[in-house]
Design a protein around this ligand. Structure first.
Ligand code: S3P
Length: 170
């Protein structure tokens, strides 16, 4: 059975964390982020976890985090890491909202940010642009398949995206 959470999925840099906080402020709920939960569990940054133990270990931590969310979290906005959509129980955690944008849109938006370099550096799988594009292509369809709701976030406002999510998750 689905729980009463909203789970934001989508590619790195699409703005899941920022939107989760805006949505939380709008609805009066709390927002949590799976990367933050994993970082707290390990007391290490995601980048450090990748460097020290490798990606498979990070994915195991995501599985632990997904089970914890399913067992403990309700009535919350949950933003997730870009690879979290593969967690087998993700649909039990809540309504899945895919924040959709094409790779070039995401990249261009990131490049507009004055902290662009730091934003890429903390994401091990986005450091190499070509590999990131390939990863995007590999995942694009899967995000849509997992999602209950797909929201195109290009050329629009946070207000509009929030309205769409609220309407679709009522
Ligand atoms: C990842 C996305 C990252 C983080 C990790 C792996 C991915 O989160 O979980 O670096 O596999 O796409 P963001 O989507 O918040 O950047």
């Amino acid at each position: 059975m689905k729980k009463n959470n909203i789970v934001l999925i989508g590619f790195m840099g699409v703005g899941k964390g920022k939107l989760a906080r805006k949505l939380a402020a709008f609805t009066g709920q709390f927002a949590i982020d799976t990367d933050d939960l994993i970082e707290s569990l390990e007391n290490k940054t995601t980048k450090r976890i990748f460097e020290k133990y490798g990606e498979p270990h990070f994915r195991k931590l995501e599985t632990k985090c997904a089970l914890w969310c399913q067992n403990n979290i309700n009535n919350t906005i949950i933003s997730t890491g870009g690879g979290f959509y593969t967690q087998q129980n993700i649909c039990s955690i809540g309504k899945i909202v895919y924040l959709k944008a094409d790779f070039h849109y995401i990249l261009n938006e990131l490049k507009k940010d004055k902290n662009y370099k730091q934003k890429l550096e903390k994401r091990p799988l986005f450091v190499d642009e070509k590999k990131a594009q390939k990863l995007y292509d590999d995942r694009a369809l899967a995000y849509e398949m997992v999602a209950d709701i797909v929201v195109d976030i290009r050329h629009t406002t946070y207000k509009h995206v929030i309205d769409e999510i609220i309407k679709a998750t009522k």
